[in-house]
Design a protein around this ligand. Sequence first.
Ligand code: CP
Length: 320
Amino acid sequence: MIAPPPAALQIAPDGGLQHLITLEGLSKEFLGAFFASADRYKMDGGGRPLAGKLFVNIFFESSTRTRAAFEAAAKQLGADVVNLDQITMSGETKQESLEDTVRTMAAMGAAGIALRHSEAGAAERAAKVAGEFGVALINGGVGCESHPTQGLTDAYTLREIAGEDFSPLSVAIVGDVLHSRVARSNLQILRALGAKDIRLAGPPELCPPDLRKELGAPVFADLDEALDGVDVVMLLRVQRERLRGAFYYAPEKYFADYGLDETRLAKLKKTAVVMHPGPINRGVEISDAVADGAQSLILRQVANGMAVRKAVLTMLCARR
Ligand code: CP
């Protein structure tokens, strides 16, 4: 049997979402309703709709924001939370498969699982097994392909500044686009919300010209050219752990060529905003003054990640 594409795999028989694997295929209408739900969680916390439920974080890669936000959001909604990571999982030392780890958590009664993994396709593999047990699988960042709750968080944050219609916005996504799951999820959601002018920029090793074809956006090697007239700068971390020595830029040179400092920021519109999914590398992608300045949305992204994950958890886990 041919495996269904991820966008189909995550749809429940009633047409709602069974899992959250990708933002691909989610409509502007769906996203509008989702953001209205996140607004309510932001306003009043959302009560305890997950009381008595079990939620599991399975993180095969490190994480500060995503794992902590899922854990804190699930606990605040009333759920019990189990965290599995590289150190605690049998799979790492005893060769238990991802699928068997998911089965084990399902047998313990999990209503939902968030998964972070380095391999493309891991979220689909886990979702197929989770679905057999009626467990919701949430992609907490997989491979270089997708990080849907970060995309939802970033779009939700931008919507607070720019409103519902992203069509007038010019957005530059800057840095290690090649390895960035955030860039791919953000491209999907920015387009779903109407954005047309999205530019990619970075050193050719990390933002090669081929990406124009793969991602359908213009690619700039010159950052100042890419930033001309933009409303939003989305900076990305240089993912040294995925480069295996293939990238030789010194941090100082990267900062000079592709970092956002006060001089570059001053050339942008006064209303331009700066985003970064974190973790940030100060003095590499961004200066202290810009990261901590008035145009930075970085901590607002983190704060909004709580409301967005509460909305995701309730949507997918409350009925199970
Ligand atoms: N943005 C993001 O995924 O951060 P973490 O790796 O800390 O979860």
